[in-house]
Design a protein around this ligand. Structure first.
Ligand code: EPU
Length: 422
């Protein structure tokens, strides 16, 4: 078990690089069964979830190798299995995305209920509906599900709820299907559009990714062949979290290797609250203003305000003048961190199960806190960096799942943060 020791209240200056997006790289790994030949993924973040996802595909016979810094190669030609290993799949939600490509390739897939962050109910009913719509026979049990289809057939499928991973999963399964699939009310996240572009460059026929209607003409079982590597897009959650860090402590802080277009709404909110942000093509420079004005946040699917930035923004709002509200509309259990922030000195009160009220500004004092999940874990690190005195952040496995060596990048801009094995 490892923990971070953090001494707060030092201003941060210099450049902090953004790594490749976890939720982009994981989906490219999940695509491996669609490919007849090896392909590589560049800008892969060195994080726990990438290692687990790599273990998961290796267990199915995919050969993987690191070919230099942040380059992962995958060879799906040797794939043999169809059952996701329970112990691994239960550790990350993205494991379920693999079920689409596996079903298309192996004509059969079995999966336990995927794990991941404990942020409320995370059902898989939409995946099951989608597979059935593509012509698969699906058996659901207490342990998970098994799907079989000698051949997947193009379909017209409407998501009754927008889902990022279900959109990716069905889009990939339909890529090898027979005939045309139309996915309606699809998620719009940039990771999906980027994945579709890569698949198209490899022989798939996907139109409309990044819009609510995606049309896929299946290859009729013909496997894909990559002509170029998949280059992971910059992590927009990391970018947004560093924006919060800069707004609280930047003197100034320059975020490099990011794509500002993917964080338009968080940028607009911060600017309206009085945070100065200078925008480059792939960088953002942010400075701590004399005062931050309170504002309201409501999470939405992309291009709205991302749920993954909800906890870091709540930390920011504890330092804003006046009352703010934060409403979580995507997940039903993602506000569980407020007690710990209150122990640090925040004044957060629950409104209803999906809403909190934050009165600010508050003075934070260092405390011992435990990361509840990946995104709230980084929010706690940010809170500790703004607090007077020393904090200890425990359960940092959660943070390592999604952020590559975060302490080293923070140290480089002046943060007093160290990792300790216990
Ligand atoms: N939902 C269902 N049934 C389903 C699937 C989803 O009811 O079959 C519901 C969920 O319970 C939730 C809503 O639909 O209320 C939206 O969930 P979605 O499926 O879009 O979330 P996800 O695909 O499981 C991905 C990211 C999350 C991110 C969300 C929203 C991955 C691996 N995970 O999750 O990222 O918060 O989209 O943007 O891509 C993280 O990285 O820390 C993380 C939680």
């Amino acid at each position: 078990m490892a923990e971070f020791h953090i001494i707060g209240k030092t201003s941060l200056q210099g450049e902090i690089p953004v790594r490749g997006a976890k939720n982009s790289a994981l989906k490219a790994i999940a695509a491996a069964p669609l490919f007849a030949r090896p392909f590589s993924i560049k800008n892969v973040p060195a994080i726990e979830d990438v290692s687990r996802m790599t273990d998961l595909v290796e267990d199915l016979g995919v050969q993987t190798a690191m070919e230099g810094e942040r380059i992962l190669s995958l060879d799906g030609s040797t794939i043999k299995g169809f059952a996701l290993k329970k112990e691994i799949a239960e550790r990350l939600r993205a494991s379920i995305v693999l079920t689409g490509p596996l079903l298309a390739r192996q004509k059969k897939v079995s999966s336990p209920y995927p794990g991941g962050c404990v942020i409320g109910r995370r059902p898989i009913d939409i995946f099951i509906e989608g597979f059935r719509s593509l012509g698969a026979k699906v058996k659901v049990s207490k342990r998970g599900f098994e799907a079989q289809a000698a051949k997947l057939t193009g379909t017209r499928f409407t998501f009754r709820k927008i889902s990022v991973t279900a959109t990716e999963t069905l889009m990939m399964a339909a890529s090898l299907a027979h005939g045309k699939t139309v996915l309606i009310n699809a998620a719009l996240e940039p990771e999906i559009q980027h994945l579709a572009k890569f698949l198209n460059g490899s022989g798939a026929h996907i139109k409309g990714a990044g819009t609510p209607v995606i049309e896929i003409t299946g290859t009729g079982g013909k496997l894909l062949k990559a002509k170029a590597p998949f280059v992971t897009i910059p992590d927009r959650v990391e970018t947004g979290s560093f924006l919060v860090l800069g707004a609280l402590l930047g003197n100034p802080l320059t975020i490099t290797g990011c794509n500002p277009v993917h964080v338009e709404v968080p940028i607009a909110m911060l600017k309206a609250a009085g945070v100065p942000i200078e925008r480059g093509d792939s960088s953002l420079t942010v400075r701590h203003p004399k005062k931050i004005l309170a504002f309201n946040v409501s999470t939405r699917e992309y291009p709205g305000f991302p749920t993954d930035l909800q906890a870091p923004f709540a930390v920011l709002l504890t330092q804003a003048r006046g009352q703010s509200t934060v409403s979580e509309t995507v997940f039903d259990g993602r506000l569980g961190y407020i007690e710990d922030l209150n122990r640090m000195g925040a004044r957060i009160t629950p409104g209803d199960p999906h809403r909190i009220l934050i009165d600010g500004p508050s003075r934070f004092r260092g405390r011992e806190i435990e990361s509840p999940d990946l995104r709230a874990g980084l929010a706690f690190v940010i809170a500790a960096l703004t607090a007077q005195g020393k904090s200890v952040v425990r359960n940092i496995y959660q943070i390592d799942r999604g952020y590559e060596k975060i302490e080293e990048r923070l140290q480089a801009v002046g943060a007093k943060i160290t990792r300790h094995e216990t």
